[in-house]
Design a protein around this ligand. Structure first.
Ligand code: GDP
Length: 322
C-alpha cells in the first residue's frame, strides 16, 4: 500500500549505525509499504486514512514496512476508511429526483457515524430556481444548510472544495446522483493535480533516515465481499489545501446498523435542537421514544415525524431479532 510521509522526527534522521541511508526523506513523498507480519498476526488491519509508523525505509526505491497503526479518531466501513472527518452526502435534484424518505435514511446513517456532514444537491441545472428555493427552505426546517451544485455546469464546485479543505472527506449517496462524476471533477481540477505534483516531488538531497512516523496510508486494496478473489481499491486523493478525498463513494444502501431505537431521535438535528433548547428540562422518561409518552417534550408536528416512526419500526424489528 502507498503511504504518504507526514512527519519525520528530527532526532532520528540519521541512521543509528552512523551512516546515512540511501536517498532522502521528505514530507509528502509516497512510499510503497508492506505490512509487517506482527501486525497481521494480531489481526491489526490497516485502512486507508490510517496514521502509521513506518520502518525499514529505502528512500531510493521508496519502500518501507508498516510497523504500527495509531489509534483511529473515526472509522467507516463502506468504503473502509479511517480518520474520516467529513462526510459529503450527495443527492440530485433530478434524474433521480430527490426523495425525502431516502434522503432521511442517508442522513440518519451519516449522522450515526458521529462525523460532521455537508448535504449537497447535484444536477441543480435541471430544475427551476423556484424548486431550489423550495428545497432550501424545506431542508432548513430539517436543520440542514444544503449546497446546490452541478458537476455538468460546474456550479458550486468551488464551495465544495472550500468546505473539504484540510479534511479527509468521503462522498456518500445513492446510485446515479453524480458521486463518481463529482470525484472525477475534483480530481481533474487543475489545482488538485498541481498539488499532487508539488507535494509528491522527491528531492534527491541526502538526509538519511531510518525511522519516521505518522504517515497517512494513501491507498489500500480491500476485499469487496463481492467475490472470492475480487478486491476493491480505495485511494485518498490529495486536495489543494491539505485535505483528502476518498476516490470511492460510500454507503449507497444505508444499513442503519449503528442506530438503536433510543439513539434514533438524536440523528434528526431538528429534534436534537428541540431537546437542547429545552434544557435543563428533559422528557419524563430516560428512554422516551417520543411516541406520546407522558411528559414527552417532542410533539408529532414536524415534517419528518412519519419517517422517524417508519425507521423506528424497522429498528425495533431488527433489535427483536438480534
Ligand atoms: P453515481 O452513481 O452517484 O456515481 O453517479 P455518476 O457519477 O455515475 O453519474 C450518473 C449520471 O449522472 C451520469 O450519466 C452523469 O453524467 C450524470 N451527471 C452527473 N452530474 C451531473 C450534473 O451535474 N448534471 C446532469 N444533468 N447530469 C449529471
Amino acid at each position: 500500500m502507498r503511504v504518504i510521509v507526514q512527519h519525520i522526527p528530527p532526532e532520528t534522521s540519521v541512521d543509528p549505525s552512523g551512516s546515512f541511508s540511501k536517498g532522502s526523506g521528505e514530507i509528502g513523498v509516497e512510499l510503497l509499504c508492506v505490512v509487517k507480519a506482527v501486525l497481521k498476526k494480531i489481526k491489526r488491519r490497516v485502512l486507508v486514512g490510517d496514521k502509521v509508523l513506518v520502518g525499514s525505509i529505502d528512500w531510493v526505491d521508496r519502500r518501507g514496512a508498516i510497523e504500527n497503526v495509531f489509534q483511529r479518531k473515526t472509522e467507516i466501513l463502506d468504503p473502509p476508511v479511517a480518520n474520516v472527518d467529513h462526510l459529503l452526502v450527495l443527492f440530485s435534484m433530478d434524474q433521480p429526483k430527490i426523495e425525502p424518505f431516502s434522503l432521511t435514511r442517508f442522513l440518519v446513517e451519516a449522522e450515526s457515524t458521529g462525523i460532521p456532514l455537508t448535504l449537497a444537491l447535484n444536477k441543480s441545472e435541471l430544475v427551476s430556481q423556484e424548486e431550489i428555493k423550495a428545497w432550501k427552505s424545506r431542508l432548513r426546517s430539517w436543520a440542514y444548510e444544503p449546497i446546490f451544485c452541478s458537476v455538468d455546469s460546474k456550479r458550486g464546485l468551488d464551495t465544495l472544495q472550500f468546505i473539504m479543505r484540510e479534511q479527509t472527506s468521503v462522498i456518500v449517496g445513492p446510485s446515479g446522483v453524480g458521486k463518481s462524476s463529482l470525484i472525477n471533477a475534483l480530481r481533474d481540477n487543475k489545482h488538485i493535480l498541481g498539488a499532487v505534483e508539488e507535494k509528491n516531488w522527491f528531492d534527491p538531497q541526502i538526509l538519511g533516515s531510518k525511522w519516521y512516523e505518522e504517515q497517512r496510508v494513501g491507498e489500500v486494496s480491500v476485499r469487496s465481499g463481492r467475490g472470492k478473489h475480487t478486491t476493491r481499491h480505495v485511494s485518498l486523493l490529495p486536495l489543494p489545501d491539505g485535505g483528502y478525498l476518498a476516490d470511492t463513494p460510500g454507503f449507497n444502501q444505508p444499513s442503519l446498523i449503528k442506530v438503536t431505537k433510543n439513539s434514533l431521535a438524536h440523528h434528526f438535528p431538528e429534534i436534537r435542537k428541540v431537546l437542547k433548547d429545552s434544557e435543563p428540562a428533559k422528557c419524563a422518561f430516560n428512554n422516551c421514544l417520543h411516541l406520546g409518552e407522558p411528559g414527552c417534550l417532542i410533539k408529532g408536528d414536524w415534517e419528518r415525524y412519519p419517517y422517524y416512526l417508519q425507521l423506528l419500526d424497522e429498528i425495533k424489528i431488527r433489535e427483536e431479532f438480534q
